[in-house]
Design a protein around this ligand. Structure first.
Ligand SMILES: Cc1cc2nc3c(=O)[nH]c(=O)nc-3n(C[C@H](O)[C@H](O)[C@H](O)COP(=O)(O)O)c2cc1C
Ligand SMILES: C=C(O[C@@H]1CC(C(=O)O)=C[C@@H](OP(=O)(O)O)[C@H]1O)C(=O)O
Length: 390
């Protein structure tokens, strides 16, 4: 499967085209809209989220609630567009209009794509960069991921995402709770954490950062259960599914690191406390007695839950501005800010869940016959039975 996205943050709409979904799979706009709304929630977001009410329209590839096997085009309109029509206007500017409608952005913001993007594409107006590098684009990545999640749910793969750390405050999730309970907790928490004991502390940290004109980051975790064993491959670097997940996570705006299973903790532990012992019984088939490697060995799924974490840096736009240089005058300035999120970690957890879902769905579609949804689902069931008794 593949998808492209198009759209500027303050343009009329965002678009994505999804390709490779099996034909005959149920899909409705509501499957997508629920996740779009989840991405908009979360403590620490700025004023833009009060303007937008993200909903997807399915423009192609689905009839009477079933996929056709042809490309699926999804559109999400930007409500904010109406405030930006002049600045974002599609028409070329006429003589003398330049100053009136087009305030050139010549001041690159530290931590953003502005300066490097301007150098790369030769834009003297850095709005041409920031409009596309904005995390507004994650809206349609979540739409794509929601369609992937629908596919996964129909073949018995379930996902949950939650916030495990904000600004050094760590959640401690009771390992005895079920995935369903974890999901409910995260869904009902303004900071999407599975640990209610640290929720208030995290919100206080966000308030404090906001008050100080600063921003904070954190760590999110995505867990996926039900993936059959043996998906992905060890034979080539670009077929390793854990590597694809890592790339997907780091591709999210502001994500700077990724861990699979215990991740960086493995560096300080002996092998006996890192590797998961293998066992077999009739009911479960092969399984691991622990899941420290987060569901992967050799770039392939083990059949155990997949556990991926990603670290998000603090939002780069700060009300307490950082120094930069104007590209026209080469003079230093301190950047002023109109609006920004102060912490988007809870929202980014939903984005992480979506990009992981896409990679898992893609891996299944690549590995199993996938023209028709009914045969695709049957093949996955067969793989589960085969792997259990192997
Ligand atoms: C959900 C989400 C919301 C974000 N909101 C903002 C924001 O309001 N202000 C901002 O400066 N950066 C925000 N970012 C981060 C920037 O988009 C990102 O840091 C920037 O594009 C540079 O990319 P890089 O950090 O990956 O290098 C957000 C990121 C995500 C995932
Ligand atoms: C619009 C979204 O996030 C935006 C991501 C973002 C950035 O620089 O990444 C900057 C802000 O944009 P604006 O300046 O228009 O308020 C955020 O609101 C969204 O998540 O839907």
């Amino acid at each position: 499967m593949r998808y492209l996205t198009a759209g500027e943050s303050h343009g009329p709409q965002l678009t994505t085209i999804l390709e490779g979904f099996p034909a005959g799979m149920p899909l409705e706009a509501d499957d997508i809209n629920n996740d779009l709304s989840r991405r908009q929630k979360g403590y620490g977001r700025g004023r833009r989220m009060q303007i937008e009410k993200d909903t997807a329209e399915i423009m192609s590839g689905v009839r009477h609630g079933l996929t056709l096997g042809s490309p699926i085009a999804l559109v999400v309109k930007n409500n904010d567009w109406k405030h930006w029509t002049k600045i974002m206007g599609a028409q070329p500017l006429e003589e003398g209009q330049e100053d009136e409608v087009k305030r050139k952005v010549s001041r690159p913001r530290p931590g953003h794509a502005d300066l490097n993007g301007a150098i790369k594409y030769g834009h003297r107006d850095m709005r041409n960069v920031l409009e596309r590098s904005s995390a507004r684009e994650t809206t349609v990545r979540v739409a794509a991921g929601a369609a992937a999640k629908k596919l996964l749910s129909l073949v018995g793969v379930d996902l949950v995402s939650h916030v495990v750390e904000i600004a050094g405050i760590k959640a401690n999730v009771d390992s005895s709770i079920t995935l369903k309970e974890l999901k409910e907790r995260a869904e009902n928490s303004p900071v999407r954490t599975g640990d209610p004991n640290v929720e208030q502390e995290m919100m206080n940290a966000i308030d404090e950062a906001k008050k100080n004109g600063d921003s904070i980051g954190g760590v999110v975790e995505v867990i996926a259960t039900g993936m059959p064993a043996g998906v992905g491959s060890y034979v080539h670097y670009d077929r390793k599914l854990d590597a694809k997940l890592a790339a997907a996570i780091v591709s999210i705006n502001a994500f700077k690191g990724v861990e699979i299973g215990i991740g960086f903790e493995a560096a300080s532990k002996p092998g006996s406390q890192v590797h998961d012992e293998i066992a077999w019984n009739k009911e479960q088939g092969y399984h691991r007695l622990t899941n420290r490697l987060g569901g992967f060995e050799g770039g392939m799924t083990t059949g155990m839950p997949i556990v991926v974490r990603g670290v998000m840096k603090p939002i780069p736009t700060l009300y307490k501005p950082l120094m930069s240089v104007d590209i026209e005058t080469k003079e230093p300035f301190s950047a002023s800010v109109e609006r920004s999120d102060s912490c988007a970690v809870p929202a980014a957890a939903v984005v992480a869940e979506s990009v992981v879902a896409w990679e898992l769905a893609n891996a299944l579609v690549e590995q199993f016959y996938s023209d028709r949804f009914d045969t695709f689902a049957a093949e996955i069931d067969k793989q589960r039975a085969y792997a259990r008794d192997f």
